[in-house]
Design a protein around this ligand. Structure first.
Ligand SMILES: [Zn+2]
Length: 557
């Protein structure tokens, strides 16, 4: 007699990602582990308290792993005015004024996901334009890519930067001919004085902006407000079939809040939090990475990784390119780290056994980061380091084989590609060289080179819904003939969201496949993905999510 299952999923079309048994119709779960998966009679596992989940012949996948998110920021933004669908001055004005009425007391009226042409092509959203829309209270809006903020005069005054201020290299408080800030704030150190006045006091983005803890420390009431936002954010992720999140910003404060949520039973997804090492930090900041790794070791909350930035974004010419921008020959972007500083940090972090993940949009940033990883191998010897590069929006031919050669994971976001359908075909104003376009968003190019790919959203930059990313990866469009076909198969897309995401966090023996003995992380979907066209994919929902053997989302009602 087989062991009794706590959860029994029947009538499934499971894509297990287990090469030895790629499909299964029945999955038995006991405790937080998968007891059995295959084509067997479920009755052998049925007991009086077994919960039966009838998958209805639809797809069941290993629990989905989003390998690049900003959980706290995304959670905080769930309650903000979202401008993603707003275009043109009339619609924009109406949306901002309605939000102002909905939130009369916020010290800073704050909107998110603004696109760079929100007032119309070529119309600058400077402080004067924003003052016309919202003259009498501080208003600021964050770009979808989270690298630019536009602020009105009152918000610049609130942040104390109307007359300018100091920023880190690569950031800019853009100044006007009148000697005052224009309202255009490029990169985090330029806009952090303003966004620190949001509903969460900027604490939701502190792990991203500074990597340090709130100063002064959050009050008990503020901690509760922050925890409630995280609860909502985790619920939002579970509702989309996610069971693991690789967070890309971090500080001890965020880990403490998540640890408290774990103890309270509200940590609905596994979360890995990194230590954020900025170019302004001394390398002793890595002591905090060691502390985080040592202190948080549960299967639900863990660390062991360092996050760094090498550049900004292509849209604002802050991405580091090998060659100057064709339409701005004076610049090829600005590196956040000098080669010497980055190599020193990479060598030290690697020698401490830490995994490194570095934001690199431009091909120059990718090259410089690969150089640093190579320097770490040369200094410390080769080990199973699985260092990561985030984004890789374009790459030189010479650097393509280096991912596989150096064992570097390409962490990519198919929905960010112009062809993913979310951003316009090209960032406005920015012109790429033919070579940069040919190697843009090189998912399949890197896959065929032997690199491991992990897929993700970078939520809240795009919605955390994995099925939008599935559609972007599997049904890309080509703006013109220079673009290479980077289309992903269903199998490879699932792998990059499950098995290879687990590999990326050294957990491939524990999760990422539906297989006896693995952690019970599963998602039952509303459609059969094997037969799905693009529209069906986009409409696919998570019906039931199971994380650690527990139902974290049940949409069957
Ligand atoms: Zn990110």
């Amino acid at each position: 007699m087989a062991q009794t299952a706590d959860i029994l999923i029947i009538n499934a079309r499971a894509l297990t990602m287990d090469p030895a048994a790629p499909t299964a119709t029945t999955i038995a779960v006991a405790g937080n582990r998968i007891l059995a998966a295959g084509d067997f009679d479920p009755d052998g596992f049925r007991g009086p308290t077994t919960e039966i989940i009838d998958a209805g012949g639809k797809t069941v996948l290993p629990g989905l792993i989003d390998s690049h998110v900003h959980l706290f920021g995304g959670s905080g933004e769930l309650d903000c005015l979202n401008l993603a669908e707003i275009e043109g001055e009339a619609a924009f004005t109406a949306a901002v004024r309605a939000e102002s009425q909905r939130k009369p007391d916020d010290p800073l009226l704050y909107a998110v996901c603004a696109n760079y042409n929100i007032l119309g092509p070529g119309q600058s959203a400077d402080r004067h334009a924003l003052d016309r829309i919202m003259p009498d209270r501080p208003f600021a809006m964050m770009a979808a890519d989270h690298h630019t903020v536009w602020a009105n005069t009152a918000a610049l005054e609130l942040g104390g930067i109307l007359h300018g201020g100091d920023t880190d290299p690569g950031a800019e408080i853009v100044m006007g001919a009148d000697g005052l800030a224009t309202g255009l704030l490029l990169e985090t150190s330029a806009f952090s004085p303003v966004v620190r006045h949001t509903a969460h006091g900027g604490r939701d983005f502190l792990g991203y902006i500074t990597g340090d803890d709130p100063q002064p420390p959050a009050t008990p009431a503020e901690r509760e407000r922050d925890k409630q936002a995280l609860r909502e954010g985790l619920r939002h992720c579970a509702r989309h079939g996610l069971t693991s999140l690789h967070n890309m910003d971090g500080n001890l404060y965020q880990m403490e809040l998540l640890h408290e949520l774990e103890q309270e039973g509200d940590l609905l997804c596994r979360v890995q939090i990194p230590c954020h090492l900025r170019n302004t930090h001394p390398l002793s900041k890595l002591d905090e990475a060691l502390l985080m790794r040592e202190r948080y070791t549960s299967a639900m909350l863990y660390s062991g990784r360092v996050k760094m930035f090498m550049d900004g974004v292509i849209d604002s010419y802050t991405a580091l390119m090998v060659e100057p921008y064709p339409d701005r020959p004076d610049t090829h972007g600005e590196p956040v780290f000098t080669p010497e500083a980055f190599n020193e940090a990479a060598i030290l972090a690697d020698s401490l056994g830490l995994q490194i993940s570095v934001h690199c949009c431009g091909d120059g940033a990718v090259r410089r980061t690969l150089d640093g990883y190579e320097a770490a191998i040369n200094a410390n010897g080769r080990r199973d380091s699985r260092h990561r590069i985030e984004h890789v929006e374009t790459i030189t031919d010479a650097d393509i084989p280096r991912f596989a050669a150096l064992g570097v994971v390409a962490s990519m976001q198919p929905l960010h590609a112009p062809r993913g359908g979310l951003f316009p075909p090209m960032p406005p104003g920015v012109i790429f060289s033919d070579r940069q376009v040919r190697n843009a968003y090189p998912w399949q190019t890197l896959r065929e080179s032997g690199a491991t790919l992990a897929f993700s959203t970078d939520w809240p930059i795009v919605p955390v819904d994995p099925m939008m990313t599935f559609a972007a990866a599997m049904f890309p469009t080509r703006p013109d003939d220079r673009w290479q076909d980077q289309r992903q198969s269903l199998h490879d897309t699932v792998a990059a969201y499950t098995r290879d995401g687990a590999y990326t966090e050294f957990a491939e023996a524990e999760k990422g496949q539906i297989k006896a003995g693995m952690l019970a992380d599963l998602v039952c979907l509303s459609e059969n993905l094997e037969a799905a066209d693009e529209a069906t994919l986009r409409a696919t929902r998570a019906v039931v999510t199971v994380c650690d053997g527990r139902v974290t989302h049940d949409g069957r009602l």
